[in-house]
Design a protein around this ligand. Sequence first.
Ligand code: SF4
Ligand code: SF4
Length: 302
Amino acid sequence: MNDLYVLYRGPLASCNYDCPYCPFAKRVDPPSLLRADKSDLLRFASWVEETTDRRLSVLFTPWGEGLTRSWYRETIVRLSHLPHVARVAIQTNLAARVDWLSTADLSVAALWATYHPGQVTRERFLARCRQLDSLGVRYSVGVVGVPSHYEEAAALRSALPPSVYLWINAAEGHAYSADEERRWTALDPRFGDSVRPHRSLGLPCHAGETAISVLGDGTVRRCHFISEPLGNLYDGSWRAALRPRPCTNITCDCHIGYVHLKPLGLRDVYADGLLERVLPAPTSSAVSLPFPVARGNVVPGR
Ligand code: SF4
Ligand code: SF4
C-alpha cells in the first residue's frame, strides 16, 4: 500500500503557556473558533477513516496546544485503532494529563513533546515523561536551543532514560559559533540538521508526492512552507496533484519540512519514527557530556 505522510493544522492557536519566543503564547481562542477547530478535526478524522487505500501517518502540528482539548485526545485514540494508520502523533508541550493514552493503540500513537524552561519545572516535565514511560508511549523530547536553555537542556538529557531521544531545535535568528554548535551537538547528535537552513531550491522533495500538509478547511499543500494549494482533501483533487517535484523555496529550515527533502535521506535515519522525531534505538542512546554541567557552561544570552 502507498504511504502518505499527512501534517494537519486546524485553526486552533491558543496555548496555556507563555513562551517568549512564540506568537501564540497565552493566546485565547474565542468559542466560535474552538467549535470550528473541533468540527474541522472531526471531518479530517472521518477522511482518515475512509481513506483505506493508503497507509497513512498523521502528525498534528497545531499553532497552539492541542492536547488540552478533548477532541485532539479523542481523535488520536480513534485514529490509532485504524488498521491502515501507521502513526498518529501530535506536537505538544506535555502540560495536559496523559492517562487517556492508555486507551490508544500505543504501537501507533506517539508524542512529539517540547520542554519549555520557564513555563514548567523540569521535575514536573520529567514526571510527565515517567508517566509516558509507564504507559509505554512512544515519544521524543525537545528543547529550543536558545542560549539560556542550555543548562536545563543538559540536565534534562541527564535525567531522561537513554532510550528517549532529546532533540534540540536551533533558535530562530541565532547564529551558533563552532563552540556553541559543539556543545548543543553533545546533547543532540543530530543538532547539525537543525543548526543551519538547508538549501532546497530545485532539489527533489517528497512533499507533494508522498507527504502533504492539510489545513482545517481541507486545503492541501505540499508542505506547511509553500502556500500554493495542490487541491482539496475532501473533493479528492489532491490525488491527481501528487507527483515528484523540486522545492520552490530557497531554503528549508524546519524539521517537519526538511525530513522530506530527498538528498538529506532523513527518512532512512528516522525510519518509522519520522513524524514524532524518534530516532531508532542504536543512535538514540544517551550522549556523555564532554564537560560538567554547571552554570559556567551556559552560553551567554544574545
Ligand atoms: S508551548 Fe508551544 S505554542 Fe505554547 S507558547 Fe510555548 S511555543 Fe507557543
Ligand atoms: S524542502 Fe521544505 S520547503 Fe521545500 S518542498 Fe520540501 S518541505 Fe517544502
